[in-house]
Ligand binder design. Structure first.
Ligand SMILES: NC(=O)c1ccc[n+]([C@@H]2O[C@H](COP(=O)([O-])OP(=O)(O)OC[C@H]3O[C@@H](n4cnc5c(N)ncnc54)[C@H](OP(=O)(O)O)[C@@H]3O)[C@@H](O)[C@H]2O)c1
Length: 288
């Protein structure tokens, strides 16, 4: 697996497997199958509600000798908290306990709301204590990322943001490179929105190499130097999505993909009032 070196020297796999929206009863099996298919980066979050099942899939793969813990790169995320500086340490311990792990390879501030500075101080302390190998942010727009880097001693290793052919984040990637923050793509397939998997431009590009649309999209992210997380519950698609290291997109292909950029989220804007309202409600429900 191709790796990327983060700004603190930690190396991570460039392609990973995400477990968002996988039904609880299918998560452990999906994680196990993904590891069996060759994925080493596994991405979950406390708010997904499946940290336990993700940990079970990991444990089974380790117990069966498919991988060692050191060969895996496991990520979870801190959801919005009203008092993160006080509660984050406990939340991190809870994630570790729930997943049955001694440390996480990456831990992210999941959403750009609330006292992200207090959360960060707690995460820096946990990193120093050896519980988190890398720490980062998620869903921060470039302006907020720059402010965050400027006002903290420790620069985030990662910003996990939406990147896909409809929302390519070309300028955002340049800003992140300037500040040494690695971009990690969520929803690389835009969850299939705008008929991604049947898009004629992407299909035509893939045809030249005997590759599918999904493979073209993930290869495009690899060539851009972005870490990508793909999700599938189907072993045949897991295998398809990881089979992207034996071809190269040409400059012409990349220009054709560039022309697809709509420069807006295929989902929602994190600054939209109704969206922030939705997140505040989610926080209240989880803190109950
Ligand atoms: N930080 C954040 O706020 C955030 C937000 C969203 C996601 N994420 C992370 O990013 C990961 C990936 O994003 P995502 O799950 O939202 O969406 P995604 O990976 O863009 O799309 C997943 C969808 O594509 C389908 N699919 C996968 N491979 C396919 C293929 N080769 N051909 C056809 N269909 C295929 C899957 O269906 P099947 O499962 O039926 O195959 C699923 O419906 C998540 O799992 C999560 O870990 C993070």
């Amino acid at each position: 697996m191709q790796t990327i070196k983060l700004n603190n020297g930690v190396e991570m796999p460039q392609l990973g497997f995400g477990v968002y929206q996988i039904p609880l009863e299918e998560t452990a099996e999906a994680v196990y199958q993904a590891i069996k298919a060759g994925y080493r980066l596994i991405d979950t979050a406390s708010i997904y509600g499946n940290e336990k099942e993700t940990g079970e899939g990991i444990k089974r793969a380790i117990d069966e000798g498919l991988v060692t813990r050191e060969e895996l790169f496991v990520t979870s995320k801190l959801f919005i908290l009203q008092a993160p500086e006080e509660k984050a340490a406990e939340t991190i311990e809870h994630s570790l306990d729930t997943m049955g792990l001694d440390y996480l390879d990456l831990y992210l501030i999941h959403q750009p709301y609330g006292d992200v500075y207090g959360a960060w101080r707690a995460m820096v302390a946990a990193q120093k204590a050896g519980k988190l190998r890398a720490i980062g942010i998620s869903n921060f727009k470039s302006a907020k990322m720059i402010e965050f880097v400027g006002l903290n001693e420790v620069t985030p290793q990662i910003n996990q943001i939406e990147v896909n052919p409809w929302n390519q984040r070309i300028e955002d990637q340049e800003w992140h490179e300037k500040y040494g923050v690695q971009v990690e793509a969520w929803a690389p397939f835009a969850e299939g929105r705008h008929e991604l998997f049947t898009n004629p431009v992407l299909k035509e590009i893939g045809k030249q190499y005997g590759k599918t649309v999904g493979q073209v999209v993930l290869r495009w992210l690899m060539q851009r130097g972005i870490v990508a997380l793909a999700k599938s519950v189907r072993p045949e698609r897991m295998a398809e999505n990881i089979d992207i290291f034996d071809f190269e997109l040409s400059t012409e292909d990349i220009e054709k993909i560039a022309a697809l950029d709509m420069k807006e989220s295929a989902f929602f804007d994190h600054d939209a009032p109704q969206q922030v309202e939705w997140f505040m409600k989610r926080m209240e429900d989880t803190e109950k």
